[in-house]
Design a protein around this ligand. Sequence first.
Ligand code: NAD
Length: 438
Amino acid sequence: MRVSVFGLGYVGCVSAACLASMGHEVIGVDVNQVKVDLVNDGKAPVVEERIGELIADVVRTGALRATRDVREAIEGSEVSLICVGTPSEPNGSLCTTYLERVTEQIGAALAERGGRQTVVFRSTMLPGTCLNLLVPILEKFVGGTAGVDFGVAVNPEFLREGTSVRDFFDPPKTVIGELDPASGDAVAALYEGLPGEVFRVPVPTAEAIKYADNAFHGLKIGFANELGAVCQALGVDSHQVIDVFLADRKLNISSAYLRPGFAFGGSCLPKDLRSLVHAAQRADVSVPILAHVLPSNSDHLQRAVDLVERTGKRRVGLFGLSFKPGTDDLRESPLVELAERLFGKGYDLRIYDPNVNLSRLLGANREYIETRLPHLAQLLSDSVDEVLAHAEVCLVGTRDPDVLGALPHGDGPVIVDLIRLPDADARRTEPGYVGLAW
Ligand code: NAD
């Protein structure tokens, strides 16, 4: 199929590259010239496992190209996937500005071109957004009826940053919210051959399924971390507890997200929980469990600050900064929040993250650090050894092999382990080791 993908961020560039590698003819669109140029040069605009090789391959064969020109993209495609961002507004509500803008642009281009197009929304949005906000925009611009003159579907994305290419080819499920059967057929044809069950549901149901997933993931992490904190206080190894808990398959619990560790973050879970709670409050629905997932997460982050404070030392080396290993994404990273809390308390901080390396970072992420986190940019180092030499306390939030290999044992700096290091059992008996995730 001929596909246009709007938004070349984490979701869009992975979707575009993977669809191209499945034999579709894909044209990616972004307002950001840097991302467009990177893709056309065969380079990935984000850091992700396997994405670099994949984009190089599909750009070389001509299966993927990128442009800023919406009309050119609509001209060259029969299905459009919308993957623009839907961040939080300051009051926690969902920002739909980028969605509305791109929908207007697509509507205007469709009105000029004519012919049937299926517009597929992959961005996460609250139930009702598609039918009540976006379909009316398309109908106004195109001058026709959705489901008749053009197709509309919602197809939420379940990738996890860091393993998103793997997740694309082996999805936990495929959800298609279809306005009409032909729209659903078009989306199903895109993914033909991929494993996993396909659920074809009404449009608002598809929108809601994504929130069910993300709210539950946040809840699981919060549950595991609170359990870990209580176990630690009572002198019990929480990982032993959780291993037995998870072994009980009759309860059908997957271990994903259910292991005491550090706080969660990223561009999805926090903002999706926030907008879900905001929407519930606006609808006068009481949701005390959901409303306390983010405060629980914030308390867990504070436990890490408290551990550092208890060491009584001031020179801290933070290892890891992106919101999880394998990505350079810093949006709502709990390690950024931790760095900021320590920085605000006057700690002498240096930071190393293999994926957040100022000498190698690509355009958009470099710009993000320089404009949003200039106070942390100056603390970033490209060298594990330099940060180690500085540190009286090593705060470890990454499993990067270079960091793990370099971390000293014994009488050196205090190791504050946020993630339960692979050799945590051995380290536990050493002086100067404290773990958050016991
Ligand atoms: P992102 O911020 O990384 O990328 C969005 C891109 O859209 C940016 O490159 C931006 O320049 C571009 N854009 C904005 N307006 C545009 C326009 N009018 N035309 C073309 N491009 C435009 O966002 P993301 O992390 O890829 O997330 C996208 C959506 O997918 C969000 O709704 C998010 O909640 C959801 N989602 C994200 C993940 C994830 O792991 N990141 C997973 C599942 C779902």
